[in-house]
Design a protein around this ligand. Structure first.
Ligand code: ZN
Length: 317
């Protein structure tokens, strides 16, 4: 049996309510290490909360964490919402986690990734009153992402996903019902947080086994605490020269034998007209514009996300 743990420190003085998550994906342990280090500092008195509230969840998905796998029964970071009749383990996590997120103002979600590469962070949309992801905290989110100690930022996740889901719906028989055809499929912790009136950053701290990744997470927690004025420390200097990317397209594999033109790594640059891959059908996929390939997955199953395309992000220019 698994149990959930959160640790909350609250100051008598009013202030922001921050929540920090580790191991939403069970094999991504840098956040857990970073959180436990900061917890120890609060417990020893080396750090003290002077305003507001901070909650730490060292292990958000304990089943996946115990297995050292990304998921327990499914990806917690897709279609995240309370489930009236929980079946999979992640439904139980959601029923515990969603109210906890809702009780806070700001989320910092610490992850790591499989491939080699530098740390990066993702943020939500610009302020808007649309249907998919209405939002009003873009300025605050930008101020936070610029202070986390990383130099690459990505937005456009949910809108890109919604377009991809639409395309899947159009190419599959309508009688098939599947969770990856749900327009809410792209909703993870940060999207749920925004849907509940808060704002949120996902920080990808580095490669899973990179010894620097827990340090990146630790520094980001400190910087967030200082920036939100929860501890008495100077506001970190914002990085106003971050490299900004905007996801705009997700491409599914059509057949397991669809192949890449080369062994792409995430954030490899693409030039307009460059060959990205060839489908089993013979169709060649070319870059339609200069940009980057993001999260390429050479071993994706047919019908699943194969790669994403990003362009330069006007918010960071
Ligand atoms: Zn992750």
């Amino acid at each position: 049996m698994h149990q959930f743990q959160s640790v909350t420190f609250a100051s008598p003085n009013p202030g922001k309510k921050l929540i920090v998550l580790g191991a939403v994906h069970g094999s991504e342990k840098c956040g857990t290490v970073a959180i436990r280090r900061v917890l120890a500092e609060f417990e020893s008195g080396a750090l003290s909360l002077t305003r507001g509230t901070v909650t730490f969840v060292p292990i958000t998905n304990p089943k996946a964490y115990a297995q050292n796998t990304r998921n327990g029964d499914r990806n917690l970071n897709r279609r995240l919402r309370p489930e009236a009749s929980p079946k999979e383990f992640e439904d139980h996590v959601a029923n515990w986690l969603c109210p906890l997120l809702k009780a806070h103002d700001v989320l910092l979600d610490l992850h790591s990734f499989q491939a080699e590469g530098q740390a990066f962070a993702t943020l939500g949309p610009e302020n808007n009153q649309g249907v998919l992801e209405p939002f009003q905290w873009a300025r605050e989110e930008m101020a936070l992402i610029q202070r986390l100690g990383v130099s690459r930022a990505v937005d456009g996740w949910l809108s890109t996903y919604a377009v991809g889901v639409e395309r899947r719906r159009a190419t599959r028989p309508s009688e098939i019902e599947s969770s990856d055809l749900d327009p809410q499929y792209g909703v993870g912790t940060t999207e749920y947080m925004r849907s509940q009136g808060g704002y949120a950053i996902t920080l990808e701290c580095g490669q899973h086994s990179d010894p620097v990744a827990p340090e990146v997470g630790y520094r980001a927690i400190h910087n967030a605490l200082a920036h939100l004025q929860l501890i008495d420390a100077p506001d970190p200097t914002p990085n106003t020269k971050m490299e900004g990317l905007r996801l705009h397209q997700v491409i599914d594999k059509a057949h397991v034998d669809d192949t890449f033109a080369k062994a792409w790594k995430s954030f490899d640059p693409l030039s307009k007209g460059e060959l990205i891959g060839t489908r089993k059908s013979g169709e060649q996929l070319f870059a339609q514009a200069d940009g980057w390939i993001v999260f390429p997955n050479a071993v994706a199953a047919a019908g699943n996300e194969w790669f994403y395309l990003a362009t330069s992000n006007p918010r960071f220019n």
